[in-house]
Design a protein around this ligand. Structure first.
Ligand code: ADP
Length: 267
């Protein structure tokens, strides 16, 4: 069984990714798909007159400030449009895909971060009314039930709080939690770069293999949202996932390419 995370950044070749996933499923492999949606959420929220606002936490991680309106737009775009289109693509390639978010059946439970400490213009401030969360548990049983019924789960990055609120969660960390809960050997993170670079964007500095001990240092040269992927990778390793591969989602056979070890292999 493998978990494949499809990035929401521009450039990822969704047709090629879905065709490659279909190939794996036809060979008898079980695949769980997790996807993002940040680029499209930015675009549509701007069109709807509610442009995105990003905040940086005191520990240096950037995330989307998610007020109630943003949460609803995020759900509409990510769980509505993108999830359906990924399921549609997989159906087109003969895979009986089944879309769900972590809210459905309480598949992903998260703690709401109702007050977050952020740094703006050098000043630390508290932001309230934020609907983002940190995933605490994933129902492997629900995903197993779908897999046993011959369905391929396609998960969008929303979770539910113990109080029953829908929350925006980071898709890379969600994929890490799903991979950990299912105890898979491989988590493949497809994005719009060939892997982790020591000096982004110089592709000649691509890191082919990163041992666990190098993850902390990697956090210092991963910028912006790449930091979340590195954090997700260290969480996945801690949950017992054998290896995490950051690979290019823009190429012809993105998944086969990643499984062949092209990209950054973290183990
Ligand atoms: P996705 O939507 O696929 O999750 P993100 O936009 O969140 O992708 O993250 C991928 C981006 O991270 C790349 O497009 C690149 O701009 C950026 N990035 C920052 N630092 C690095 C780095 N050291 N190596 C590779 N990419 C990096």
């Amino acid at each position: 069984m493998i978990v494949v995370k499809i990035g929401g950044a521009q450039g990822v070749n969704l047709d090629a990714v879905c065709q490659d996933i279909a190939g794996c499923v036809k060979q008898g492999r079980q695949v769980v798909v997790v996807h993002g949606g940040s680029a499209e959420t930015n675009e549509i929220s701007t069109q709807l007159g509610h442009p995105p606002r990003f905040v940086t936490s005191t520990s240096g991680f950037t995330s989307r400030y998610t007020d109630r309106t943003t949460l609803e737009i995020f759900a509409m775009v990510t769980n509505g449009k993108i999830n359906t289109l990924v399921v549609e693509r997989l159906q087109k390639f003969g895979v009986n895909a089944f879309g769900l978010s972590g809210v459905d059946g309480r598949m992903m439970l998260a703690q709401r971060k109702d007050a977050i400490r952020v740094v703006e213009n050098g000043r630390v401030m508290m932001l309230r009314d934020d609907f983002t969360g940190k995933i605490e548990s994933v129902s492997a049983a629900l995903l197993q039930m779908l897999l046993q019924a011959g369905l391929t789960p396609v998960v969008s990055p929303l979770a539910v709080s113990p109080a029953g609120e829908a929350l925006n969660v980071d898709a890379d960390r969600a994929a890490a939690m799903v991979a950990g809960a299912l105890k898979v050997d491989e988590l493949i993170i497809l994005t719009n770069v060939p892997g982790l670079m020591r000096q982004f964007p110089d592709e000649s500095t691509l890191i082919p293999h990163l041992p666990k001990a190098g993850l902390e240092q990697a956090l210092s040269f991963a910028e912006g949202r790449m930091k979340k992927k590195v954090l997700g990778a260290s969480e996945a390793l801690a949950f017992g996932v054998g290896k995490i591969i950051f690979a290019d989602g823009r190429v012809e056979q993105p998944l086969s390419n990643a499984l062949a070890g092209h990209g950054t292999v973290i183990s």
